[in-house]
Write a protein that binds this ligand. Structure first.
Ligand code: GTP
Ligand code: MG
Length: 367
C-alpha cells in the first residue's frame, strides 16, 4: 500500500512527529501522529525537506517482474472476438453456426460439448471467439469479455430490437474502448425488421456506414447461415487494421475465461493465452491458486502440448478452481509457491480485518 503514518514519515525524514504534524497543518491537513496519510501528501511534506520519496515496491512485484517485450519479438496473433447481446438474440447459435460450417469445411475433429471459447480457421486466418451469456445476472462476465477482447460482435435480433442487455453491452464496449461490429440476427424471421434495429441504435450514436456513420452492420441468420461469411470477412477486416501482435517466445500470460470443478478431472479452467506460449508442465499462478499444468485440451477436446497467443485451452492440474476473470501467469515453481503464500496471507489478513471490524461494531451496539 502507498500509505504511511505521520510517525513513520517523521522517522524516515529524521524529524519529530510534532514537526511533521505542524507542517501538515501549514498545508491545511489536520493529522494526528498515528494518522495515515496518502502518498501524494507524504511526497509534498518530504519535498519541503528536499527529500524525494519513492513508492514501496510490493513483495509480489519483486517476485514477479513484468516481462517487457521488445518490438522485434512480436509476431502476428489471431483476433479475440467476443459475442455479446441481449438474452436469446442468438449469440450461441451464431457461434455454433460458425463452428459447424467451419467443421464442414474440413476441420479435423467433431463438435464437442459447449465451451465458452474456441478458435476457427477462415482461409488460413484464425479467429478466437468467446461467448457471453445475455442473462441479467452475468454483467461481470460481459464486462470481462469486453476487456479481454480485440473486437466485439454485438448481436441484436431483428425481430426484437434493442433491449436492456444490448444497451449494457454497448456500455461495456465503450468502457473497454474496443471496435465492434453489429450483427443483426434472425433476418430469416418474417417479422424481422433490420431497419428498425439500425434506427434504434442511432439513439446510442451507433450509425451504420451506409447512413454516413462508421459502424459496420451485417444482417445474418444463425438459422439459415445467411450473411455469416460476410460477418467473418468483416471481422478479419477489422482485425487486419489492428495489426494484433504478441511475443510467443516468453512465459505465458493469460486470463481464465471459465472454470469448474470436474468430477473426473478435478479443477479445470479455460485459459485464453494472451502472451507467450503455455506448455504442459508449466507452473502457473492465478489469484491464490497454483497449477502445475498436467494436461491441456483444445476446443475440440484434443490433447495439446502447447498453446500460442490468442488460443483458448482447457488447463488441468490446479490446486483449486481458479476464479473466472483471474489473471494467469507462468513462472518458476518456487516463485509461484511464494506468491501463493503471500496472497493467501493477504486474504487471511483481509478476513481478520473484516471480522475485527464486525466485532467492534457489535461491541458498540451493546454499549
Ligand atoms: P443467451 O445465451 O441465453 O443470452 O442466448 P443466446 O443469445 O445465446 O441465444 P441462442 O443462440 O441460445 O438462441 C435463442 C433462440 O433463438 C434459440 O431458440 C435459437 O434457435 C433462436 N435463434 C437464434 N438465431 C436464430 C436465427 O437466426 N433465426 C431464427 N429463426 N432463430 C434463431
Ligand atoms: Mg448463449
Amino acid at each position: 500500500e502507498d500509505n504511511i503514518t505521520v510517525r513513520e514519515l517523521a522517522e524516515k525524514l529524521n524529524k519529530t512527529p510534532a514537526e511533521i504534524v505542524k507542517k501538515l497543518m501549514e498545508l491545511g491537513t489536520m493529522a494526528s501522529i498515528n494518522q495515515v496519510i496518502d502518498f501524494d501528501t507524504a511526497e509534498i511534506v518530504a519535498s519541503l525537506y528536499e527529500v524525494k520519496v519513492q513508492r514501496e515496491i510490493p513483495e509480489e512485484e519483486k517476485l514477479l517482474q513484468e516481462i517487457v517485450d521488445d518490438e522485434s519479438q512480436l509476431k502476428p496473433r489471431p483476433p479475440v472476438v467476443t459475442v455479446m447481446g441481449h438474452v436469446d438474440h442468438g449469440k450461441t447459435s451464431l457461434l455454433d453456426r460458425i463452428r459447424k460450417s467451419n467443421v464442414a469445411l474440413g476441420e479435423a475433429g467433431g463438435i464437442t460439448q459447449h465451451i465458452g471459447a474456441y478458435q476457427v480457421n477462415i482461409n488460413d486466418s484464425k479467429i478466437t471467439f468467446i461467448d457471453t451469456p445475455g442473462h441479467e445476472a452475468f454483467t461481470a462476465m460481459r464486462a470481462r469479455g469486453a476487456n479481454v477482447t480485440d473486437i466485439v460482435v454485438l448481436v441484436v435480433a431483428a425481430d426484437d430490437g434493442v433491449m436492456p442487455q444490448t444497451v449494457e453491452a454497448i456500455n461495456h464496449i465503450r468502457a473497454a474502448g474496443v471496435p465492434f461490429i453489429v450483427a443483426v440476427n434472425k433476418i430469416d424471421k418474417p417479422e424481422a425488421n433490420p431497419e428498425r434495429v439500425m434506427q434504434q441504435l442511432t439513439e446510442y450514436n451507433i450509425v451504420p456506414e451506409e447512413w454516413g456513420g462508421d459502424t459496420i452492420f451485417v444482417p445474418v441468420s444463425a438459422k439459415t447461415g445467411q450473411g455469416i461469411d460476410n460477418l467473418l470477412e468483416m471481422i478479419l477486416l477489422v482485425a487486419e487494421m489492428q495489426e494484433l501482435k504478441a511475443n510467443p517466445d516468453r512465459p505465458a500470460e493469460g486470463v481464465v475465461i471459465e472454470s469448474k470443478l470436474d468430477k473426473g478431472r478435478g479443477p479445470v479452467a479455460t485459459v485464453l493465452v494472451q502472451k507467450g506460449t503455455l506448455h504442459v508442465g508449466d507452473c502457473l499462478v492465478c489469484g491464490s491458486n497454483m497449477c502445475k499444468v498436467r494436461a491441456m485440451m483444445d476446443d475440440k477436446g484434443r490433447r495439446v502440448e502447447k498453446a500460442l497467443p490468442s488460443m483458448p485451452v482447457e488447463v488441468m492440474g490446479w490446486s483449486d478452481v481458479p476464479e473466472a476473470g483471474g489473471k494467469v501467469i507462468a513462472c518458476d515453481e518456487k516463485i509461484a509457491k511464494q506468491i501463493v503464500e503471500l496472497r493467501l496471507n493477504e486474504k487471511k489478513l483481509e478476513e481478520q480485518k473484516k471480522s475485527s471490524r464486525v466485532s467492534l461494531d457489535e461491541f458498540f451496539k451493546h454499549m
